[in-house]
Design a protein around this ligand. Sequence first.
Ligand SMILES: NC(=O)c1ccc[n+]([C@@H]2O[C@H](COP(=O)([O-])OP(=O)(O)OC[C@H]3O[C@@H](n4cnc5c(N)ncnc54)[C@H](OP(=O)(O)O)[C@@H]3O)[C@@H](O)[C@H]2O)c1
Length: 224
Amino acid sequence: MDSFIVTGAGSGLGREIALLLAKEGWDVLLAGRTLDKLLLVKEEIKASGGSAAALQLDVANPESLQEKLERALEGKNVRGLVNNAGVGHFGPFRKMDNAQIFELFQVNALGTIYMTKAVLPYLQQAESCYVVNIISTAGLRGKANESVYAASKFAVRGFTESLQKEYEGSGIKFTAAYMGGMDTPFWEGSEHVADSSKFMLPLDVARRIVEGLGEKEIIIERQK
Ligand SMILES: NC(=O)c1ccc[n+]([C@@H]2O[C@H](COP(=O)([O-])OP(=O)(O)OC[C@H]3O[C@@H](n4cnc5c(N)ncnc54)[C@H](OP(=O)(O)O)[C@@H]3O)[C@@H](O)[C@H]2O)c1
């Protein structure tokens, strides 16, 4: 059975992508910081006859993720990675503190880069495989009160577009996925978006992403 790794798979968009991939017959490695959330998703997949494993890791910690992935991926035929884990800090730029700025780049930008670097050697053993980077429409255009979040997502856009060129003609397809607001735990306790209930359902976004595996760019704008 071929395996797909999904980061941030314990909630929101990552969870929906993991459930859909499992339904399509992939073995899914559910990665994220909070093991309890990953185990619930794993149980859901197993209960519907799918295959999954949970791996607690911090995408912002390159040394430990390398070691954990080595152990978890032994014997697996890895054919995909979804870099979905992400954090959001929003508000006027002058009010952003350095810890927030650091975390946005550590998780959103460096986390994606570290994970891709760690997983690429496994992907290169497969004939055709996928890396999907979950960005945001904040990676397409800047927005007021989203300055550093947008900067971190623009970084992922540059990374993805560059790898598309570098790996052109190889079996590895890199997808840049840009989506508008989704109704997920991302907005819990946020003053920037007090009510996310009118946003897109993460399941709808996940469907489009899973259908679009291999496409260079997927843009899912917010429904009005
Ligand atoms: N919601 C939106 O409106 C929206 C719009 C456009 C793009 N996005 C992007 O979509 C992605 C998924 O977000 P979501 O909306 O589904 O929110 P979410 O439910 O908060 O999911 C984010 C996931 O990332 C995990 N995560 C955070 N930091 C991590 C780290 N250092 N290492 C490993 N896992 C980590 C979280 O797990 P733990 O809690 O266990 O850390 C969580 O499960 C993010 O990249 C976000 O930027 C969201």
